[in-house]
Ligand binder design. Sequence first.
Ligand SMILES: [Zn+2]
Length: 477
Amino acid sequence: MSAESRVLIENVHIAPVVGPEIESGYIRIEGDRIVELGAGAAPGTSAGASAGASAGTVLIDGTGCLATPGLVNTHHHLYQWASQGLAQDATLFEWLVALYQVWAAMDAEVVHGAATAGLGWLALSGCTTSSDHHYVFPKGRGDLLAAEIEAAREVGIRFHPARGSMDRGESQGGLPPDVVVEELDDILAATAEAVDAYHDPSPSSMLRVAVAPCSPFSASADLMTESAALARDKGVRLHTHIAETLDEDEHCVAQFGLRPVDYMEKLGWLGPDVWFAHTVHLSDSDIGKLADTGTGSAHCPSSNGRLGAGIARVSEMLRRGANVGLGVDGSASSELTPLAGEMRQALLFQRARYGPGALTARQALELATLGGARNLGRAAELGSIEPGKLADLALWRVDGPFTAAVADPVCALVFGPPPPLARVLVGGRSVVEDGELRTVAQDAAGRAGVAARQRLLRLAEERGVSAAEEVHRSAGR
Ligand SMILES: [Zn+2]
């Protein structure tokens, strides 16, 4: 299916993120780009009737809808769709230790099914671009990166897979068992290969690859510095987890004599080409370093809440000028979290910590759109509704019998549960229409996720790992 060549959305409330909101207006799309937006009827049309629209233009009546930029997800682990609902009451480290052995059994079929369901689910919550941090590559289990890339092409959203890695197993003082880590040289070769094979730097790119050692407690200092050198040589971005929990803080101080952000600074990992997941436990000095170096953060409030990690200092980071985007994090630490729901969660967490002035609905929308685009190095093309940007849009239906009671549609979108989606467009192409996936069969995508889960648990059992025992596993409970 090719992008529709001309699309005109009419009678729609537009929250462009950059520039003034328009209560009732139009958005004109040509090819994969937004070419024009404005109040009232589009030039060349009669108000409300579209009589003058040129032949071949697809008309979308946006009456009762709010148009926002498509949401950008900047942290995820799609494979975890297949291991949801386990270790429900665990801390991060307990949860990881419980699940590493299950994940060691995954293969390409599991990853494809999990990614199909996970990316479909994201599209159904208004997401048009997603990153994915895949860092478990057990030997002999097929091409896992290719499997998720294939799923992203099928679902039709922009994809920024981050080739993750772990080389610091238990025997090296790390957290993961040795069975799920790789050798440094193998990681660097496979990562370079992934960039060469898949990374598309063009402005309309549907796929860009990032380099992403997993975390300070599972990646060696050599892997971190070599990865940074590789990414900078290839001109791609860097991503990792940092400052997620106090356990990690203690680990870093004990092992490296530095807290996480200082350790990253020492390794050359601060800069405008880097974005971190979480950044929950930051000092004032840490926040200053992120802001001054242009290092981004992916805020994942549902996962942080689920694992009891803490509440990130997002409103203080924004005031200091640090960039923040949103992430759903892996489905095994946030389960069925929709990306749109993370706007609400971010708003509520910040207000619970700092008071009602901490984050507005429009700031939350900016985190989910332009903040995310900046994290992925795509602020010139994504994250706002402006002429020249890619036509990645979400049309939220805010005229339902209950949502219509909220006068401000941006308030309805952010303060409440995600409203239904009339459309999700990626480069002008419909991925979701009337709340249904249009690129892949929705029921089949959901079933692929269930089959991936069943397959993963069966493969794990064949290796003597029973996931059923892990539901409530946690120390002392
Ligand atoms: Zn994560």
